[in-house]
Ligand binder design. Structure first.
Ligand SMILES: Cc1cc2nc3c(=O)[nH]c(=O)nc-3n(C[C@H](O)[C@H](O)[C@H](O)COP(=O)(O)O)c2cc1C
Length: 174
């Protein structure tokens, strides 16, 4: 990867993965990216649950009515949980850690996708409750998202700089 802008231009959600395992060194680098994430008041309230077991990944992919499919064929999935009793900004803290892990995965040539777990459901049941029970996550931990990771089995076109949404930028006033 040439530089950080190039990294951003070529990042896209990847939902299809090959069967190739992700190396331990790469998993370590990805987790380190999360562990170095900035957090409100430097509370570092996140905990990451790394799931590699195929049967558990298949089970986790059924935790929502739709949209969690990529978990099933990922090489690993990291569940981002954040201690809600330690930070009123737990959603922000967890989101930043999740995105940094995605960018590190991309920089390593791996694909990843954010799968929303917070405020999602399977029928009448909250996805958070389902995942909490499956992975024995304490009640104090908010369950934000799953970051699926694996070797890419799909190609995505880079962003087109010509189509950058500059209309969303307001200078000085709205
Ligand atoms: C907060 C958030 C929730 C998301 N939830 C899901 C999800 O549950 N399932 C999924 O397949 N993708 C999910 N995504 C990925 C988005 O669909 C994706 O980022 C968006 O379509 C833009 O595409 P890109 O990432 O390829 O640029 C989520 C992304 C974010 C930031």
């Amino acid at each position: 990867m040439e530089n950080f802008h190039e990294l951003l231009l070529t990042r896209h959600s990847i939902r299809k993965y090959t069967d190739e395992p992700v190396s331990g060194e790469d998993v370590k680098l990805i987790l380190e990216a999360g562990l170095m994430a900035p957090s409100s008041k430097r509370k570092t309230p996140w905990h990451f649950v790394v799931v590699e077991d195929k049967a558990m990944l298949a089970q986790l992919s059924q935790c929502r009515d739709a949209g969690a499919g990529p978990i099933a064929n990922s090489a690993l999935t990291i569940i981002v949980t954040v201690d809600m009793t330690r930070s009123e900004a737990w959603v922000e803290d967890g989101s930043i850690a999740a995105v940094l892990m995605q960018l590190q995965a991309h920089a390593l040539g791996l694909g990843s996708c954010w799968i929303q777990l917070r405020n999602r459901s399977l029928g009448e049941e909250a996805t958070e409750d389902i995942v909490r029970e499956m992975l024995e996550i304490p009640e104090t931990m908010g369950i934000l998202c799953a970051i699926t990771i694996g070797h890419k089995d799909e190609e995505r076109k880079p962003f087109d700089e010509e189509k950058m949404m500059w209309e969303k930028v307001h200078i000085a006033k709205w």
